[in-house]
Design a protein around this ligand. Structure first.
Ligand code: ATP
Length: 215
């Protein structure tokens, strides 16, 4: 049984940086599926700009056409702060024998020691790190040590073991961020071609980041 990719984020909004990363992981790591899990209440950052429903809508329309992409709204359903360890634990209960791969960008990986109960993640899942422009893999500190202990270059390890490995995977570098998209819309400019048109339509219809004429 092929691994399940677990891709969490605020997705405020989802963009081609997320989608291309997930797609390359799906193909190159031979994942069965990638589950997009919008964060309900992100504990490590302030309020989101779009509502939870709007962010979920954007994720839904963005992944609708891609086989293997799955929307998973468990963090929104759960309520309260969205801790990744809780999400991983419920996924592990649901898929007891499957390999699970938590997908994070390098920026998020470097911040991992600030995440709630992060040292338990590898007891439940692998961690798959996507390179992002401008970020380097750690070679010192707790993450550097963890990489020495659990790092693997072998994709077969991610298939043969259900959890416990860290794999750094180079993906096409698309220097797009949700912050930049929100700022563009707020400044009255059009974020077209940074995300699927269907996502841009949700932004225009909801006005969640400011006025946008999607015509
Ligand atoms: P913001 O600008 O609001 O901080 P973001 O664009 O970083 O948002 P998130 O929803 O916070 O998006 O990111 C979810 C996950 O996707 C994180 O693990 C992040 O590292 C990764 N990610 C975001 N943008 C990219 C990108 N352009 N390429 C690869 N990974 C990305």
């Amino acid at each position: 049984m092929k691994p399940i990719g677990v891709f969490g984020g605020t997705f405020d909004p989802i963009h081609y940086g997320h989608l291309r990363t997930a797609f390359e992981m799906l193909q190159a790591l031979r994942f069965d599926q990638v589950r997009f899990i919008p964060c309900g209440d992100p504990p490590h950052r302030g309020e989101t700009f779009a509502s939870a429903t709007e962010r979920l809508d954007m994720v839904r329309v963005a992944v609708a056409e891609q086989p293997g992409f799955v929307v998973d709204d468990r963090e929104l359903e759960r309520g309260g702060p969205s801790y990744s360890i809780d999400t991983l634990t419920t996924l592990r209960e649901e898929f007891p024998d499957r390999s699970l791969g938590l997908i994070v960008g390098m920026d998020a990986f470097l911040g991992l020691p600030r995440w709630h109960r992060w040292t338990e993640f590898l007891d439940v899942a692998h961690i798959i790190v996507a390179h992002r422009p401008g970020w380097r893999a750690p070679d010192i500190g707790p993450l550097g040590e963890l990489l020495v202990e659990c790092g693997t270059h072998r994709i077969s390890d991610l298939h043969e073991l259900t959890h416990g490995c860290i794999h750094i995977h180079a993906v096409t570098q698309l220097e797009i961020s949700s912050t930049e998209i929100r700022e563009l819309v707020e400044a009255g400019r059009d974020p077209r071609f940074l995300m699927p048109d269907a996502v841009r339509n949700v932004i225009a219809e909801s006005g969640c980041y400011g006025k946008l004429d999607a015509k």
